[in-house]
Design a protein around this ligand. Structure first.
Ligand code: URA
Length: 240
């Protein structure tokens, strides 16, 4: 059970004092009866709360797929740079955060939510959630790199990296590749290529578990996940 004023303000109907005005002016009903006391307790799952006759659906969690641009940090606050949260302008709740990190110069798919349990699952090393990156590499990427990435690379950690799938899209003095990894070590993709004597010059995440970045989602924009996407995320249980 939660307070009615909290319910209304969490659903984006205004600040606590704004929603108190809605209550005072008898615009809100609970199970068809006008309720004006902000402290009234409601059960969001079973009570029908309406504003001027329209039902307000209770959404505890929000999930957004963001196409991160370069230049912002994957954090909720930063003293120096803008953050990914600056782009999320119409969220209802104020406790959203990015799930994991992309470097300041990395673009692409970032999940933004206020579902801490789901975030924990997605980032848990034991879940081996696959992340695919598109990258441009300064240098020629070769079959030896494919084998080496499959076998595991020494990037200065206690253990070699887990087997990663490298697909060469274009080979040349600047190569284009897709790399799928199931870990999330700091600067992992850049360090893997560095260990092979090559430098990542552009990096973009294009998928994470069941989520895919599509061309219609422009850099710097976001959209709500579909029900099928949130259902697929909740089913993440790979590696077990
Ligand atoms: N690997 C990197 O090196 N950077 C990222 O932002 C993500 C993965």
């Amino acid at each position: 059970m939660i307070r009615l004023d909290k319910f209304l303000s969490e659903m984006g109907l205004g600040t606590r004092s704004e929603v108190k005005k809605l209550l005072k002016t008898k615009q809100v009903t609970v199970n068809k009866a006008v309720v004006s006391k902000p402290e009234t307790k409601v059960n969001p799952d079973t009570d029908e709360v309406c504003l001027n006759g329209s039902k307000i659906e209770y959404k505890k969690y929000e999930y957004y797929l963001f196409n991160k641009p370069k230049g912002c940090v994957s954090a909720t606050k930063d003293n120096v740079h803008g953050t990914v949260m600056d782009y999320i302008t119409d969220a209802v709740h104020d406790d959203l955060f990015p799930v994991g990190r992309l470097d300041i110069d990395t673009e692409g798919l970032l999940l933004i939510t206020n579902d801490g349990a789901l975030s924990h699952e997605l980032l848990s090393p034991s879940k081996h959630v696959a992340k695919t990156y598109f990258a441009r590499i300064d240098g020629e990427v070769t079959q030896d790199d494919i084998i080496s990435f499959k076998e595991g690379i020494d990037i200065g950690e206690e253990r070699l990296t887990k087997p990663a799938e490298l697909v060469i899209k274009k080979s040349g003095s600047v190569s284009e590749i897709e790399l799928t990894i199931t870990e999330g070590k700091f600067h992992q993709v850049k360090r893997m290529f560095e260990a092979r004597g090559k430098r990542v010059i552009y990096l973009k995440r294009i998928s994470m578990g069941p989520l895919k970045l599509t061309d219609d989602l422009k850099t710097g924009t976001y959209r709500a996940l579909t029900q099928a996407e949130t259902d697929a995320l909740r089913q993440i249980n790979c590696g077990k």
